[in-house]
Design a protein around this ligand. Sequence first.
Ligand SMILES: [Zn+2]
Length: 56
Amino acid sequence: MIDPIECPDCEGQGEYPQEMAVIDYTRGGYLEDRMAECPRCEGLGLVEKPEDEYDD
Ligand SMILES: [Zn+2]
């Protein structure tokens, strides 16, 4: 049985702010915080509990 736990990478949010370079021809470009989908849980905010932590 799958027992999902809160994703430790994004703290269950499914996404997290990530600094990204934005090309702006008028201002010469800048860094912007954007919400990026968490690759670990694929945006779900939940991951399967590691097998070695199963407690029956
Ligand atoms: Zn995540």
